[in-house]
Design a protein. Structure first.
Length: 157
């Protein structure tokens, strides 16, 4: 039997992958949303982040958003409803399949995505400056490899 005695201290000084990934995601997410609030996006909530991250000017189906985010279709539907109420997205028939709907960013949604991309680029630039651009590029490549070799995301929420 293994012991968990001292685990909290070990996680503080030599955190495992889950702790590292959670810390980085939480910090980046917080900084992103703080920056968005500073730019006037006061009604946007952290829960909207996964959907906003995959918005595309050509539109994306809600089922694809669910797959990409790992959230249940019903959860994505509620988030899209909220974003639609905020004027960030609109739904339109998919020209490739009239039975399906596309989630399209509005002009305000496109501005939001551009602002978010700019904030994230600033975060990444700061990290690259802190550790060196080559080290940061290698970190991103390694992280991408780890993510690609991880188990597929199952819907949550």
């Amino acid at each position: 039997m293994t012991t968990i005695r001292g685990r909290g201290e070990r996680q503080q000084w030599t955190p495992d992958l889950a702790v590292l990934a959670a810390r980085l995601a939480a910090s980046t997410h917080q900084e992103l949303f703080d920056g968005l609030r500073e730019r006037g996006y006061r009604d946007l909530r952290h829960r909207h982040g996964p959907v906003v991250a995959f918005l595309d000017e050509d539109g994306v189906r809600a089922t694809d958003l669910a797959r990409l985010t790992g959230l249940h279709k019903q959860v994505v539907g509620r988030l899209v409803d909220e974003l639609e109420e905020l004027g960030v997205v609109e739904r339109a028939p998919d020209p490739a399949d009239r039975r399906a709907k596309l989630v399209l960013p509005t002009a305000a949604g496109i501005a939001l995505v551009r602002d978010a991309d700019e904030i994230v680029a600033g975060i990444e630039s700061r990290h690259a400056q802190a550790v060196g651009s080559k080290t940061y590029a290698a970190f991103r490549d390694a992280m991408l490899d780890v993510v690609r070799n991880s188990r597929p995301i199952r819907p949550i929420g």
